[in-house]
Design a protein around this ligand. Structure first.
Ligand SMILES: [Mn+2]
Length: 500
């Protein structure tokens, strides 16, 4: 239990604490008595099929969330000491997401703001995490500004965790009503006028927090602020043991779902039906939803990189390129497979497929040298370029222009970081060397649209092979290895279910 009444900022804050937290001890006893009490999210008590004791979200213990908050504070303090030794006080604001509506009172599926979820484990909308430091590191505080219990709202939308239970459930030091955020910030500034404010003013995720922060900045004495996002991303970049388990499971689910979907498909099926099938198979295996709108592209449509209309019929002799992945308890997978709808590659399709598979395999092997993602892209251009020269699709001895030539066939990068988000930790550049604990995609592609000046039999071919790779000291681990990618395995799967 965290001692939260010590070292508070001033009397007014003490009053706030007394007002909202004096029933804490009593409420803790109640939790122990009624384990099945409902909170604003699944717990081991209410959802024993999803969580074990001590976990705030599946697989992730309360202690891990506390360590993440501690690590964020430490990295921000260390950074500030390097820049300006006078700034020892910090105020870090991480807002949750808010509900988005399709139309009047009809919400979209709620997805929590990733950085907020990573640091708090809290799945409720319209909340906010505040981390503070004062003189010493031991005096840092984690405070959740929560929605208060409200019987009318809870009758319609389900239970809320509320203030008292939030402290116990999330392991924070304090919990206040969301409406007190502005008061709290002002109180903090009165006693810590030289504090540095860490809030991402450039990418607001919650309107209410953002307008509160803008008001606050106007009143703030030194107007100094910086975005905490790159600091959170640097932590998220390296996955913990629990996160690797979640990533592996997310990859297993998507691998099985995609294998089932390849087996299910046959000429005449619509892209929409293929989409529905992969969505169904992922959800049946425990994923909450697909991690992104999948690309299901038959024939020449595979050459539209972000094709998500998925509304055409796939005809005999065409291939399907499907880029799909799922989100499993907050962790994403991202796989692409390309297969012949009738179970048999044509000779040109086979030729390009083999080139890409060899290229991908070499790139995965290169990961044991811990290259940067940009290095991997350059390697792809060289390896793929050589193979495309052999097929005659690129003229030979073009060496100084190979990258430019390959770019015509593969206009996207070969890799991105993967984790809670599909394009994970977007503030981390691609020119840093990969390290153990990171997960990246390796996804070379060749796209030859109908208009390209190449021999006719190659036109309309679009293939990408994408796998998710965990970097370890003992070499790369392909997390998506359950999803077949060898040519003969793909044909075998696709040949199933071909009778009409
Ligand atoms: Mn990808």
């Amino acid at each position: 239990m965290v001692i939260f009444v010590k070292n508070l900022l001033n009397n007014r804050l003490n009053q706030l604490v007394r007002r909202y937290c004096n029933n804490l001890t009593k409420s803790k006893l109640t939790i122990k008595k009624t384990l099945t009490k409902s909170f604003g999210q699944p717990t081991a008590g209410t959802h024993p099929h999803l969580l074990n004791n001590g976990e705030v979200t599946p697989y992730i213990q309360r202690k891990e969330f506390q360590e993440r908050r501690q690590n964020l504070i430490e990295s921000i303090v260390a950074h500030s000491l390097n820049c300006d030794t006078n700034l020892k006080r910090h105020l870090i604001i991480i807002p949750s997401a808010t509900k988005q509506y399709m139309s009047d009172k009809i919400p979209y599926v709620f997805r929590q703001n990733t950085d907020f979820l990573y640091l708090s484990g809290c799945l409720e909308p319209d909340t906010c995490l505040v981390l503070t430091t004062t003189e010493s590191l031991n005096q840092h505080r984690s405070i959740l500004f929560m929605r208060e219990n409200d019987s009318h709202s809870e009758l319609w939308d389900g239970p809320r965790t509320g203030l008292e239970d939030a402290i116990e459930l999330f392991g924070v030091d304090l919990a206040f009503p969301f409406s007190e955020l502005e008061n709290y910030l002002e109180m903090f500034m009165k006693t810590n006028s030289e504090a540095m404010l860490w809030y991402d003013f450039l990418s607001p995720v919650q309107k209410q927090v953002d307008s509160t922060m803008n008001n606050f900045l106007n009143k703030k004495f030194n107007k100094m602020w910086e975005s905490p996002t790159p600091f959170v991303h640097r932590l998220r970049l390296i996955k913990s043991a629990a996160e690797i388990k979640l990533m592996q499971q997310s990859c297993d689910i998507a691998s099985d779902a995609i294998s089932k979907t390849i087996a299910f498909s046959k000429p005449g099926v619509t892209e929409h039906q293929i989409f529905a099938n992969v969505d169904f198979e992922c959800k049946m295996r425990g994923a909450e939803y697909l991690a992104y709108p999948p690309v299901v592209a038959g024939g020449n449509r595979a050459n539209i990189i972000h094709y998500i209309n998925n509304d055409q019929v796939v005809m005999d002799k065409e291939m399907v390129l499907m880029d799909a992945g799922c989100e499993f308890h907050g962790y994403s997978s991202d796989i692409t497979r390309t297969w012949p709808i009738n179970g048999k590659f044509t000779s040109q399709q086979r030729e390009i497929y083999e080139i890409l598979l060899t290229t991908q395999q070499k790139l995965i092997e290169l990961c044991s040298d811990f290259p940067t993602l940009d290095d991997l892209f350059e390697s792809m251009c060289i390896i793929l370029g050589k193979h495309l020269e052999e097929t005659g699709l690129i003229r030979k001895n073009y060496s100084e222009n190979t990258i430019k030539m390959v770019y015509r066939f593969c206009p996207h990068h070969v890799s991105h970081y993967l984790g809670m988000d599909v394009h994970d930790t977007s503030t981390i550049p691609r020119n840093i060397r990969i390290k153990p604990g990171m997960v990246i995609t390796v996804e070379p592609g060749v796209y030859i649209n109908n208009k390209m000046k190449v021999p006719e039999q190659y036109r309309g071919i679009g293939i990408r092979i994408e796998d998710d790779v965990l970097i370890t000291n003992d070499g790369p681990v392909v997390l998506t290895k359950k999803c077949p990618r060898k040519l003969e395995d793909i044909e075998k799967l696709a040949a199933q279910n071909q009778t009409f």
